[in-house]
Design a protein around this ligand. Structure first.
Ligand SMILES: Nc1ncnc2c1ncn2[C@@H]1O[C@H](COP(=O)(O)OP(=O)(O)OP(=O)(O)O)[C@@H](O)[C@H]1O
Length: 765
């Protein structure tokens, strides 16, 4: 068959598959219409089909059962309806582009070559026998990502299947028609990749399913170890691979995993919205997603203020003039390491014999149980038992006392006053509950209602006791810094202690204190391990301190984890050798390295790799562009003009999303004020929840993980990026660019730029 025949033949198959999709969709539509009518009917007649009778307690029970039955029927129909809707959505996607790949494979033990067409979802023919499309996550589909024509094998639950791939073909199908078709050799679609990467930056990340590379596939399909650590250079597809991996896990373990069992920790809210479309694009529901900050805030409770990592960063970069700067830096350094965790452990051991601060339990303004009583009871318990176990016993002891008090209060006058305020429903419920519990048939109604009142009033006290709210966690933690003397005192401990105690008395947790405090709280009151999280995916893992990572391991002891990051982009000062990504291969840990950078043009990668902080290999994907540009200014007043000119030039060259990436938010404010009356700009801050096209101004720590068509560095001088600790910031900022990088510097450029040979960039004076 020649090329044209081949294409016509493939188009015929596409048409046939689309016919089948249409038939399936029609079938589903008619089922959906029937169901919709049923649901409307059920909702309309809900109350008619329910027997409502509230005269006697028995009738109440019957009425409730009848409502429950009717509601269950409705919910069943609604669930089926929802599933059909999802299937229809998928069929709509398949109709537009049924598949993107084909491989011809002949198994060693077979004589017939199978044609495997690969798309975002499986599709069976109308007899439900043969696969017209294989899901990209099916075991056989891995052949497509892992092999070029020739010998190949793939794993199934039954074992390894070996054979030969005789053809590997890629398609671009849009609106049901083949727009491109390539037979490929070693790597998947340089063609397709070139096309995908050459486009403008998008406001939301795209799925890379059609062009997953072999080494990325290794991450996506990884099984076996508890920890998968991915070190990948900037733009190597870590985030993309992480999302594809989530989709893969959801498919592979669909019987046992639901979207709530996977938690994705991302660097900031902007990033969360940036990646929000990928899973739905693949026909999957989004999984649980949060930032580590929000996770900690949630645990710390609303009475505490938690500093964000960005605020900490801003302080580190701009706070040098503060008198407490040095102490704070020492504090950040110490509290980020696991040594501090050992110190807390040691402190807690001491608390087993003395020192825990308790609260009084009060009722109507009077102390019911004093803190001294609680303390006495706590310390009378066996010290061998461990603090959280003893807290459990204290809680039980307190609840018993409260129940006793409840009985005493029940007969007091104030209760009767409240009884009179109860409404009709309470009366009915009181009676009904009493019947159900079969507690005291002969009780007088007043007795029952009194019980209701005291039970309700004491409910909040009991709830607080169950949550161990009788312990002064914060005050106890504070004594670590005010009354306790550690065995191994770190440098500046006295000053660190004073600074910490002052913050804690304001109920303020600095970023470096937030995790240690919550670790302490968990060790004191017991950690509620979140067993519902079966897989945890951490993006930008290089930005977690050793303490934070140890804490994550502590609260998710049984969870499998995928950690992705780039040591070159470790922008926080505490990212030391103890960072999880620096860990040497350990038991239960597999490390995968990605060295190829897909985001930026060859020119940008070749330039930036000269000042990359680490010595990892960085290979550019072969996509041509223009050389980075360095504009030198000799007059400060020219900056606004230079920025406007650069932005306009970049726009003229077709770039839609241009990021003016600053070192700090202070610089970002300054540039925004400089430009806001001259050109239309969007300033992005910590509270920005969605990404949009245009001319954006943002600090580098908010640009983490995202990409733009062109980057402008407004101050690439040796005043702004000079210290070794600035290197990761500068590298991260430059590597956000897909197609163009423009640096502007007053007087002298940053020494990092000068590490690149002069022929790698264009200097404009
Ligand atoms: N296999 C692929 N096919 C198509 N595009 C890809 C592939 N791998 C990566 N890309 C593209 O490269 C760009 C960078 O990918 P991604 O953001 O996942 O990288 P990253 O390693 O997380 O980057 P960084 O650490 O710099 O934030 C994205 O535009 C992504 O779509």
């Amino acid at each position: 068959m020649d090329k044209a025949d081949n294409r016509a033949h493939e188009q015929q198959r596409v048409n046939y598959v689309i016919d089948e999709i249409n038939k399936k969709a029609e079938n589903l539509y008619s089922r959906e219409t029937g169901l919709k009518e049923d649901v409307i009917e059920l909702r309309k007649n809900f109350w008619e089909d329910v027997t409502v009778n509230l005269d006697e307690p028995d009738d109440v029970i019957e009425t409730q059962a009848s409502i429950k039955q009717q509601a269950e029927l409705l919910s069943q129909k609604e669930t089926i309806h929802g599933k059909i809707e999802d299937e229809l959505k998928t069929l709509k996607k398949l109709k537009n582009s049924p598949y993107f790949g084909r491989i011809d494979f002949i198994e060693d033990s077979e004589t017939k070559t199978e044609q495997i067409y690969i798309g975002i979802e499986s599709l069976l023919d109308s007899d439900e026998k043969d696969f017209l499309i294989y899901d990209w996550r099916a075991p056989i589909s891995s052949l497509y990502y892992d092999y070029s024509p020739g010998y190949a094998q793939y794993e199934t639950i039954e074992g390894t299947v070996m054979g030969e791939v005789s053809l590997k073909r890629q398609f671009i199908i849009r609106q049901g028609s083949i727009k491109g078709m390539f037979d490929t050799g070693v790597t998947i679609g340089d063609h397709l990749l070139q096309q995908a990467l050459g486009n403008n930056a998008s406001t939301s990340m795209k799925s890379i399913v059609a062009t997953i590379q072999k080494e990325q596939n290794k991450i996506i399909r990884n099984k076996g170890n508890q920890f998968l650590i991915v070190q990948g250079v900037a733009g190597s597809g870590k985030t993309s691979a992480a999302l594809q991996r989530i989709a893969y896990l959801m498919y592979q373990y669909r019987e046992v995993l639901n979207p709530n069992n996977i938690l994705l920790l991302s660097p900031n809210p902007l990033f969360t919205s940036y990646i929000a479309n990928v899973l739905p694009e693949l026909g999957e529901t989004n999984v649980r997603q949060t930032t580590f900050l929000d996770y900690l805030k949630d645990k710390a409770g609303s009475q505490m203020t938690v500093e964000s990592p960005f605020e900490q960063m801003e302080y580190v970069l701009t706070g040098e003039k503060h008198t407490d700067y040095l102490v704070r830096m020492k504090s950040i350094d110490y509290k980020s390491g696991v040594e501090f965790k050992y110190m807390i452990d040691h402190f807690i051991t001491g608390l087993n014999t003395q020192g825990i601060q308790f609260k009084n339990i009060t009722f109507h303004g009077e102390v019911l149980i004093s803190n001294a009583q609680i303390s006495e009871y706590f310390y009378s318990l066996d010290p061998q038992m461990g603090v959280p176990n003893k807290m459990e016993l204290v809680s039980k002891w307190l609840l018993k006392k409260i129940r006793r008090q409840q009985n005493i209060e029940k007969n007091k006058d104030w209760v009767m006053e409240k009884v009179e305020l109860l409404d009709k429903e309470d009366y009915l419920n009181a009676y009904y509950n009493n019947q159900e519990e079969d507690e005291d048939d002969s009780s007088l109604e007043e007795e029952i209602l009194r019980k209701v009142v005291v039970k309700r009033i004491f409910a909040s006290i009991k709830k607080r006791i169950k949550q161990f709210d009788f312990v002064h966690v914060l005050t106890t933690y504070q004594t670590l810094f005010t009354k306790w003397t550690p065995k191994d005192m770190p440098e500046y401990w006295k000053e660190i202690s004073e600074q910490t105690a002052a913050n804690l008395s304001q109920k303020f947790l600095t970023w470096e204190d937030a995790t240690p405090y919550l670790y302490f709280q968990g060790r004191l009151l017991g950690d509620h391990h979140d067993r519902s999280v079966r897989h945890l995916v951490i993006d930008e893992a290089q930005d977690y301190s050793a303490f934070q990572f140890a804490y994550i391991k502590h609260i998710f002891p049984y969870t499998r984890m995928t950690l992705l990051g780039d040591t070159n982009q470790a922008i926080y000062t505490y990212a030391t050798e103890e960072n999880p990504l620096f860990l040497e291969q350990q038991r239960e840990t597999e490390k995968v390295t990605l060295t190829k950078s897909y985001r930026s043009t060859k020119q940008i990668v070749d330039f930036t790799k000269h000042f990359a902080p680490g010595d990892e290999l960085i290979e550019p994907f072969n996509r041509e562009g223009v050389k980075p540009e360095l504009t030198l200014l000799y007059n400060e007043t020219d900056l606004a003009g230079a920025l406007v000119d650069s932005a306009n030039d970049l726009r003229k060259n077709g770039h839609e999303t241009i990021g003016i990436i600053c070192k700090t938010s202070q610089e970002s404010d300054m540039i925004f004020n400089l430009l806001k009356d001259k050109i239309s700009v969007i300033q992005i801050n910590e509270e920005t929840y969605s990404f949009q096209k245009g001319l954006l101004i943002l600090p580098v720590y908010l640009a983490k993980g995202i990409e733009v068509d062109a980057v402008i560095i407004p101050d690439a001088s040796d005043r702004q990026y000079v210290k070794e600790s600035d290197r990761t910031l500068f590298y991260t900022a430059c590597t956000r660019a897909m197609h163009a990088l423009v640096m502007i510097a007053q007087d002298n450029p940053s020494p990092f730029i000068e590490e690149a040979p002069g022929n790698e960039y264009v200097k404009i004076q």
